[in-house]
Structure formats: structure tokens, C-alpha cells
Design a protein around this ligand. Structure first.
Ligand code: ADP
Ligand code: GLC
Length: 477
């Protein structure tokens, strides 16, 4: 099938989180199944800091109508593995900013331009997809634009919207209405929202996409409830028959402890003693004291409310005090209060704790390999990738029972299971999980069994891509 992906971030060209990992890897996995996949994303220039050389495409600028004004965009081209074309929408005033996402007053226009440019480009190239796959709010207006008949060659092309995170919906005031460029078709907008001075990009995707997917079966259930629905649960309940949860996969070439170039010792399930060697090297390199029998707890995360790292900070103080054999290594950036909490732990327990504020891919690999336990106390987690990286690296995930965490991790008991699952986002729950894991570690045979179970999990994309294929097929039938 001809499949068009439109996404605001795609690995290796631009990334803030799992969305980029997933769009990049899924495009490759679908291509391996024989599909003709093409990808459209913004050209962030230096803000993407991608260091990749994109090629300017020899086509005339396309004028994107934005109501009272228009933007002239050009295109660059690059490729993903397997020769997958990636078209980068070039509009420096919109995309060359300090970050991929902003609070600037034209944030809505940045992603209107992306969506309209994607649709116009495919018409211009005469490459008419059989399905258009949108990802998150930045591309969720595409089904509406198709419905409005603005792109005659694409009439009737079915759409899939994948919700990677319902916590981000792209909600703007109704003053942006003209910029949508809908003209007489503005009646397609959610009228009650308009009356409340709201235009919600993701909601329109959930209204008009032919199929909606999200990134784990448990999250697909959760988002139909008021607790996790972020105000869209009513609508998602109405669309239950077109809502499917498909677990994300991981890129097993990039995340493989046998071949990982970021590790000084590489290992497999058969050479776990080398993981211990690496742990020693790693702790030395970050100034944390290694001793035989230490247990390292790792965190790599965006430091936002969703991830519950505030709760981890609360719990770790007492745990580090009560268990001198514990070590804690964290990497991330975000909320200042959480960063300050992590800095305080690193100061108070200087031998036991290291915190790196920032974004560092090499360090994220080292933390996965050099930890024994990996903590994810998420308040919600559509899928989560780090728990799957942890499993691949023989590092036990300690996760809250939500979303994709609940679908990939089970508490170790009597030889079965690969981590520890807890129920609540509070410091008692985290303490319980860490102490439960310490107890399992006390029994060497049990611990090794857990690690082997973890490393045996198959979370590769190969399986998951065929679930997307089934969704596309359902639309084609
Ligand atoms: P989310 O997309 O909600 O942030 P995921 O678990 O799906 O959560 O994906 C996060 C991705 O971003 C993972 O690949 C993780 O390793 C990476 N990541 C998050 N924070 C950092 C950081 N500070 N440095 C390097 N990589 C990070
Ligand atoms: C989102 C979610 C995360 C998911 C990722 C990729 O950012 O927060 O749980 O793994 O998207 O789908």
C-alpha cells in the first residue's frame, strides 16, 4: 500500500520524545513488509540539531492559504533506512526556532502549514496515498481538511490518527479560526467549542479520522474513562468501534546490549557478568561509588507531571538513607521543582546519586545498561519506551500499572515476570516497589531468572507493524 505519514518529529531528524522513535521505526518496519511509505515533517534547521544533510527539492514553492495571509513553502528531501523518502517542509520563519515546540502566538500556524503542505505536496508529486496516517495534535486536522474538499485529488483517501499522548491536544482560542483557511467550510469545526472560544486540533482528528489508534491496549481502554480521557472520553467512547490500541515496538538494532556502541562492556543474557563490569565502569565515570552488591536505580525522562518523577524524588530520600547499598542515577529536563529535587538528592547523597540535567542520548543508553532497576512511576503512560529498553538490557522496570507499562511489565513471582508493578503514584508505592526488587535481588537465582525473562521479551517492531497493516487493510476493504 501507499502510506503517507505526517509527523512533527521523526528519528533521526528531530526528536523530543517517543513520538519520533515510533514514527521513524514504524515507517521502516512497514517498508520491510513491502509497503510504499513516505514521510512528511518540518525542516527545523538548526533547532532540530540533526546534523543531517537534506537535499533541496527542485519544485516550485507552494502557497499555503492561512485565511488573510499565506506562506510560501519549499521542500527538502532525505531518506530513512530502506530508501524511504522523507519530505521536509521548509519555512524558516515558522520552523527555525529554539525548540521544536513553542508557546509563541503562531504555534497553531506552524502546524497548519505542515499539514496543508503535506497534502499539497502529495498532489503536486502525483503520488496519491491509499491511506494517510497522522500522529498527535500537530497533524490531527488532516481528516478535516480532506473532508472540506480542499484537496480534490485526495478525495476519499482514508485517514488514521494515532494518539501518542492525550495530554497534549493543541487547544487554541477561536481567534485562530481564519488561519485554518476553511472559509465556508468552517461549519465543520466543533461548534460548541467555538462558542466557548476553543479550537482543539486533536478533537477534530478524533471526530473525523476514519480510524483512531493509540499506542497500547490498556491506554485505548483508559482514554474512554473520565480519569484518563482528558475531556475527550465522551467522544472516544462514541468512537469505540474505530479505536484500536497497538503496542509500540522498539528499535532492536539501536537498543541492543550486545552491540551498543555507547557501552564499554557489551553483554547478552549469557554474559550478565559483563553487565556488572559495565556498571562498575559507568558508576566510576559519573562519580558514584561502586561496591560489590550495590543496586542502581535509573531514570531517563522528560521531567513533567505525567512521568511522576516528583514522587520518585520524595521516595528516594528515605530509601537512600535506609539502604546504603542503593544508588540512583537520573537524566532528564523539565519542571524546575523536579530538577531542583534531583539536584538536592545528588548533593545530600553525593556518593550515591548522580543527576544530569539535559538531553543526552549516549548517557540514556549507559543508564539503561548500568542500572539494575529502572523507575517509571508515571501518572499516565500511553505506551512508554524506556521500560522496553530496560527489559532488553536486563534491567528490571519498576512501573506504575497504567497504559503500556501495564501491558509490558509483570511482577516477578515464583519464576515468572520481568519487573515490579505498583498501583499508586505516591512515595509509599515507589518504596514498596524498590524494596520488593531488593528482596528479589537478595536471591541470586531468582534475580537471574528475572533478567533472563526480561531479555527474552520480544518487543520488536516486526510483530507490531502487522497490527497497523490490519488497520489499513480494514480501511481499504
Ligand atoms: P515520552 O515520549 O512521553 O517522553 P517515551 O518513553 O515514549 O516517553 O519516550 C521517551 C524517549 O525519549 C525515549 O527514547 C527516551 O530514551 C528518550 N529521552 C527522554 N528524555 C531523555 C533525555 N533527557 N536524554 C536522552 N533521551 C531521552
Ligand atoms: C508519547 C507517550 C509515550 C509513548 C510515545 C510514543 O509521548 O507519552 O508513552 O511511548 O508517545 O508513542
Amino acid at each position: 500500500m501507499r502510506i503517507l505519514f505526517v509527523s512533527s518529529e521523526v528519528v533521526p531528524f528531530a526528536k523530543t520524545g517517543g513520538l519520533a522513535d515510533v514514527t521513524g521505526a514504524l515507517a521502516v518496519a512497514l517498508t520491510k513488509l513491502g509497503h510504499d511509505v513516505r514521510v512528511v515533517m518540518p525542516n527545523y534547521g538548526h533547532a532540530g540539531a540533526d546534523g543531517h544533510r537534506h537535499q533541496k527539492m527542485e519544485i516550485d514553492e507552494i502557497e499555503i492559504p492561512l485565511g488573510t495571509w499565506s506562506a510560501g513553502v519549499g521542500f527538502y528531501r532525505n531518506e530513512l533506512d530502506g530508501g524511504i523518502p522523507v519530505y521536509l517542509v521548509d519555512h524558516p520563519p515558522s520552523y527555525h526556532r529554539g525548540a521544536l515546540y513553542t508557546d509563541d502566538s503562531d504555534e497553531h500556524a506552524r502546524f497548519i502549514i505542515l499539514q496543508r503542505a503535506a497534502l499539497s505536496l502529495t498532489e503536486r508529486l502525483g503520488w496519491i496515498p491509499e491511506v494517510i496516517h497522522c500522529h498527535d495534535w500537530q497533524t490531527a486536522l488532516i481528516p478535516l481538511y480532506l473532508g472540506a474538499g480542499d484537496y480534490p485529488q485526495l478525495e476519499g483517501v482514508p485517514t488514521v490518527l494515532t494518539i501518542h499522548n492525550l495530554g497534549y491536544q493543541g487547544v487554541f482560542g477561536s481567534h485562530i479560526r481564519d488561519d485554518l483557511g476553511l472559509g465556508v467550510n468552517s461549519y465543520l469545526l466543533h461548534q460548541d467549542d467555538l462558542a466557548r472560544d476553543n479550537i482543539n486540533f486533536l478533537k477534530h482528528g478524533a471526530m473525523y479520522a476514519d480510524m483512531i489508534t493509540t499506542v497500547s491496549p490498556t491506554y485505548a481502554e483508559e482514554i474512554t474513562t473520565p480519569q484518563y480521557g482528558c475531556g475527550l472520553d465522551d467522544l472516544l467512547r462514541l468512537r469505540r468501534d474505530e479505536l484500536v490500541g497497538i503496542l509500540n515496538g522498539i528499535d532492536t538494532d539501536n537498543w541492543n546490549p550486545r552491540t551498543d556502541p555507547h557501552l564499554s562492556y557489551r553483554y547478552s543474557a549469557k554474559s550478565l557478568w559483563r553487565k556488572e563490569k559495565f556498571k562498575h565502569d559507568f558508576l566510576d565515570s559519573i562519580g558514584v561509588r561502586y561496591e560489590e552488591g550495590v543496586t542502581v536505580v535509573g531514570v531517563v525522562s522528560r521531567l513533567v507531571w505525567q512521568k511522576g518523577i516528583d514522587v520518585a524524588v520524595d521516595a528516594m530520600g528515605g530509601l537512600l538513607e535506609d539502604h546504603p547499598e542503593l544508588r540512583f542515577v537520573a537524566l532528564g529536563s523539565g519542571d524546575k521543582a523536579v530538577e531542583d529535587g534531583l539536584r538536592w538528592l545528588a548533593w545530600r547523597f553525593a556518593d550515591q546519586v548522580s543527576f544530569t540535567s539535559g538531553y543526552d542520548i549516549a548517557l540514556s543508553h549507559r543508564i539503561e545498561a548500568g542500572s539494575d532497576l529502572f523507575l517509571m512511576p508515571s501518572r499516565y503512560e500511553p505506551c512508554g519506551l524506556n521500560q522496553m529498553y530496560s527489559l532488553a538490557y536486563g534491567t528490571a522496570p519498576l512501573v506504575r500499572r497504567t497504559g503500556g507499562l501495564a501491558d509490558t511489565v509483570t511482577t516477578f513471582d515464583q519464576g515468572d515476570g520481568n519487573g515490579v508493578v505498583f498501583e499508586d503514584t505516591d512515595s509509599n508505592a515507589v518504596r514498596w516497589a524498590v524494596e520488593t526488587a531488593l528482596a528479589i535481588r537478595g536471591d541470586k537465582t531468582a534475580w537471574k531468572t528475572l533478567q533472563i525473562n526480561a531479555m527474552g521479551a520480544d518487543n520488536s517492531w516486526a510483530n507490531r507493524a502487522s497490527d497497523y497493516e490490519a488497520v489499513y487493510q480494514r480501511l481499504a476493504d
